[in-house]
Ligand binder design. Structure first.
Ligand code: ASP
Length: 261
């Protein structure tokens, strides 16, 4: 679907722009996810799906694989870019802040408009590797359509919806949060990368565990050398990737509802 392609391509350009101008992998993943939060095609930020009571509640996280710092927020309302608050929290002692206490850290408040192009889509995520060898990951979501208010999925939980370790690799998940959390998909992927499995084999092996609990999910992963892999259950998954002019500038990004590639 064209809106997805255009949105992924804009997000990739933003991330690559940062990396090419000497920005860090953290800048790259934050900017890519902000682009997708601003694009109502995706289920994040402006395009977030609605809860059972019609409200919009969002979750986001960012992780620096070099010092393993994490900033994450959940059930935030009326925030334009939840990933920006997550980035603010990277330097804080706390890793996850919920609700209004998190939303108050946002530079600007703005109600989400709801999905315009597609309904019921998936979390957005980005993994990047920079010239300093830093791997970073960021994810953002409006959660599941008609979910109970206050429900939190995998997205703000390390080892479930995301993880990054610059000595190993990075991973981001999308799909049914309860299934992803119950099977620890990000953690399983990282452990497989640590055991030197290629990213493609790592994500495929992790997704096999979904069979025990049901539900669909998708994973994107990158190892510390910049090799990438992605896989998903279910029909649709949008993924894009870019390699910079330097052999060690890589971005991998996933959005919502599209055919492969
Ligand atoms: N993973 C998100 C959640 O469960 C939703 C999604 O990816 O569609 O909150």
């Amino acid at each position: 679907m064209e809106p997805n392609r255009a949105g992924l391509s804009a997000a990739l350009s933003a991330a690559v722009g940062w990396l090419e101008s000497g920005g860090s992998a953290l800048d790259a993943v934050e900017s890519a996810v902000m682009r997708m939060e601003d694009d109502p095609t995706f289920n994040a930020g402006q395009g977030s799906v609605r809860r059972a009571d019609g409200s919009v509640e969002m979750d986001a996280a960012i992780m620096d694989g070099t010092d393993l710092s994490i900033g994450a927020v959940c059930v935030v309302r009326d925030v334009r870019n939840p990933v920006r608050i997550a980035r603010e929290l990277l330097d804080a002692r706390e890793t996850l802040i919920a609700g209004e206490n998190a939303a108050q850290l946002a530079p600007t408040r703005s109600p989400a408009v709801g999905p315009t192009a597609l309904a019921g889509g998936d979390t957005v995520g980005c993994v990047a590797l920079d010239t300093a060898g830093r791997i970073a990951v960021a994810v953002s979501t409006g959660g599941l359509t008609h979910a109970r208010p206050g429900r939190i999925g995998d997205t703000p939980l390390p080892g479930c919806g995301f993880y990054a370790d610059s000595f190993v690799g990075g991973v981001a998940a999308t799909g049914v949060g309860e299934s992803i959390s119950r099977t620890l998909l990000a953690a399983r992927t990282i452990v497989a990368l640590e055991a030197s499995q290629p990213p493609q084999a790592a994500v495929e092996a992790a997704l096999l565990h979904l069979a025990r609990v049901g539900g669909d999910a998708g994973l994107i992963a990158m190892d510390r050398t910049g090799q990438i892999g992605w896989s998903h259950t279910g029909d649709q998954f949008a993924v894009g990737w870019a390699r910079g002019p330097s052999p060690i500038l890589h971005v991998e990004i996933a959005g919502v509802e599209d055919t492969h590639g």
